[in-house]
Write a protein that binds this ligand. Structure first.
Ligand SMILES: [Zn+2]
Length: 128
């Protein structure tokens, strides 16, 4: 895929895409994006953790107006999109979601080309 990845630290790998989080060696909390300090305990070592590529829609909403910069409005004009939280079992990930979904739908990670040539990620409903 052509373009520049928005933030390479979000990914453990790109083809196929896998998100990179971190897990606490002391209390087992998993976070995304990756961090060097555990949000729930002070005495910890955070370890690199590749996250599952499939999860379920925990909740979602429609973004019906253009977000503030650095969001870039496509040349074709702004169109509403779906955002939500994906339950990956060990962690909830905030993400764009491709297509209509309902809570509980199974979704899978995809790379998402953005206006301006950047690449981010989204989750897409798994075909039944
Ligand atoms: Zn911890």
């Amino acid at each position: 895929m052509e373009g520049t990845v928005v933030d390479e630290t979000l990914f453990a790998q790109f083809d196929p895409p896998v998100l990179a989080g971190s897990g606490c060696s002391a209390c087992a909390v998993v976070v995304f994006p990756a961090t060097s300090r555990c949000p729930s305990c002070a005495d910890s070592v955070m370890e690199h953790r590749a996250l599952p590529i499939r999860g379920t829609v925990w909740t979602w909403t429609s973004q019906s107006f253009a977000p503030k910069p650095p969001y870039e409005v496509p040349e074709s004009g702004f169109e509403p999109f779906v955002v939500g939280y994906i339950d990956l079992g060990s962690v909830l990930v905030e993400s764009r979601i491709l297509g209509p979904v309902v809570i509980g739908d199974e979704v899978e990670l995809r790379l998402l080309p953005l206006a301006g040539g950047d690449i981010s990620f989204a989750f897409e409903k798994v075909a039944e």
